[in-house]
Design a binder for this molecule. Structure first.
Ligand code: PGA
Length: 258
């Protein structure tokens, strides 16, 4: 059974509107708590949000001077300089364009000799920073969050994981060839993500509609990792109309933001 009553769903007209909405939530959170600890995501979904945050910063309306960030995941085998690494992505999309202190930006080390040790170090760093205040998430069309693929346990922590063939294929669009896509990653676990005080899951496009509906309205089930979020007390789903299109009660969602 779904805990739908606890969910806050915002449906926006399109990707740009959803991006502006998420960015304004993040900007407000930073304004309220300048020393906020943000959990950040990579992929196509947050690109517009980061563009908007950079814009707000350039307008003098947003400072990252005291912000700390932790990214969800990184490919194993790609170093920070590799153009397809998630560290590179974050530098290009956000960090290089705002006044964040580089020492306070964290991405798992994809070149760590021992990913298990790296996972522990990463978890310890999150705890030392005081925990994640606001976590931004995307969702895979298979319902994954970060690289927690279907079957990931609810109590999983930061660790090395195998990527499913569907995720490798989805991510191959960023690489010259599918053979270049790493098959392993280090990712925050579902247990790690669930400890964030507040979560925003953003999803856009028809390809996410099924995963979104099953995550919000289906049973909490390891086959849809995002469904675990039903057990978190403060999750907001920011969707475009297409990603929301398979929700059964779309007309009753009051938080429509267009
Ligand atoms: P996307 O990926 O934002 O590139 O669609 C999201 C995810 O796989 O979590």
């Amino acid at each position: 059974m779904s805990n739908r009553a606890n969910t806050n769903i915002v449906v926006c007209d399109d990707f740009d509107a959803a991006s502006r909405h998420v960015a304004s939530r993040i900007a407000n959170a930073i304004a309220t708590t300048p020393k906020i600890v943000l959990g950040l995501a990579t992929g196509s979904t947050p690109v517009g949000t980061y563009r908007e945050l950079v814009h707000l910063h350039h307008e003098g309306k947003l400072s990252f001077a005291n912000v700390t960030t932790f990214n969800l995941d990184e490919y194993i085998g790609l170093g920070p300089e590799h153009p397809q690494s998630f560290r590179s992505f974050m530098q290009q999309q956000l960090f290089d364009h705002v006044n964040v202190d580089a020492r306070r930006t964290h991405v798992p080390n994809g070149l760590a000799d021992n990913p298990a040790t790296e996972g522990k170090i990463y978890e310890d760093s999150i705890v030392a920073a005081g925990g994640i205040d606001l976590q931004l998430l995307g969702i895979g069309s298979n319902g994954h969050i970060a690289f927690n693929e279907p079957g990931s346990p609810r109590d999983s922590r930061t660790r090395a994981v195998d990527l499913t063939p569907s995720t490798v294929e989805a991510n191959s669009r960023f690489f010259d060839s599918i053979d270049d896509v790493p098959k392993l990653a280090i990712t925050m676990g579902i247990g790690t993500i669930m400890e964030a005080k507040q979560i925003i899951l953003m999803a856009c496009g028809q390809g996410k509609a099924e995963a979104v509906a099953r995550s919000i309205e289906g049973s909490v089930d390891e086959s849809i990792p995002a469904s675990h979020l039903q057990l978190h007390g403060d999750v907001t789903y920011v969707l475009d109309i297409q990603a929301a299109s398979k929700l059964s009660a779309i007309d009753t969602i009051v938080n429509r933001d267009v």
